[in-house]
Design a protein around this ligand. Structure first.
Ligand SMILES: O=P(O)(O)OP(=O)(O)OP(=O)(O)OC[C@H]1O[C@@H](n2cnc3c(O)ncnc32)[C@H](O)[C@@H]1O
Ligand SMILES: [Mg+2]
Length: 208
């Protein structure tokens, strides 16, 4: 995979695709996603951890395409909600991938706790988490890595960039939400960028 010009990421999420494309472009690689695959097999994300879900997605697509594939399973873990929405992040409000309803539900759940906002208008610490699995179907090799990005949940959504919970994820060091950062800035600090760095470390060390 490290020598290939094309990297297949087993995701339907166009927000993730854009971020991977920008990150991998710097390594002269092009990204293909499930949008480029015909007859995508059903993938039920029913595992209990990010990494198991990532491995499941990568394995199914790697077998289907008979080539090496990376999958990303990620989500938001909010401290005051005991880690919710976690692995259920994409369907927190019921409907898969409805970012606006998911954000509303997150604020509603936090508002139920009657928390006092801090000086930045934030209600809880939180982390974005990202698990990446790379599966090579020829060798049955699996590489698993995980990384996170620390921040806070603000009570006012702000910003137009990114996707998912980015408008509610506040970064005190920038005094901005993740959705107020452009893709280049997000890719310097995000859980996804950090996980991809870890993956490349493993791949480079495996290559001697
Ligand atoms: O499974 P695939 O096809 O990759 O696409 P998905 O959107 O269902 O992806 P996940 O199962 O990994 O769920 C991830 C959810 O977590 C949230 N999320 C993950 N990374 C995020 C990010 O960088 N910014 C904002 N929200 C994010 C967002 O709600 C995603 O829908
Ligand atoms: Mg999913």
């Amino acid at each position: 995979m490290i020598n290939d010009e094309i990297v297949i990421v087993a995701t339907k999420n166009q927000g993730k695709v854009k971020e991977f494309a920008r990150l991998l472009e710097k390594l002269n690689k092009q990204v293909r996603s499930l949008a480029d695959v015909e007859h995508v097999p059903d993938i039920v994300e029913d595992a209990n951890t990010f990494i198991e879900n990532a491995e499941k997605k990568a394995s199914i697509i790697a077998k289907h395409l008979n080539t090496t594939v990376i999958a990303d399973d990620s989500g938001l873990c909010v401290d005051e909600l005991n880690g919710a929405p976690g692995i259920y992040s994409a369907r927190y409000a019921g409907e898969h991938g409805n970012d606006s309803l998911n954000n509303k539900k997150l604020l509603a759940e936090l508002n139920k706790l009657s928390l006092e906002p801090n000086q930045n208008g934030c209600l809880s610490k939180a982390q974005f988490q990202c698990a990446l699995a790379l599966v090579n179907p020829a060798s049955d090799e699996v590489i698993r890595v995980e990384a996170s990005c620390e921040g806070w949940i603000t009570n006012q959504p702000r910003g137009e960039h990114g996707f998912g919970y980015d408008p509610l994820f506040y970064l005190p060091q920038y005094e901005k939400t993740m959705a107020e950062l452009d893709i280049e800035e997000k890719n310097k600090i995000s859980h996804r960028a950090n996980a991809l760095k870890e993956l490349y470390k493993v791949l480079n060390s495996n290559n001697g």
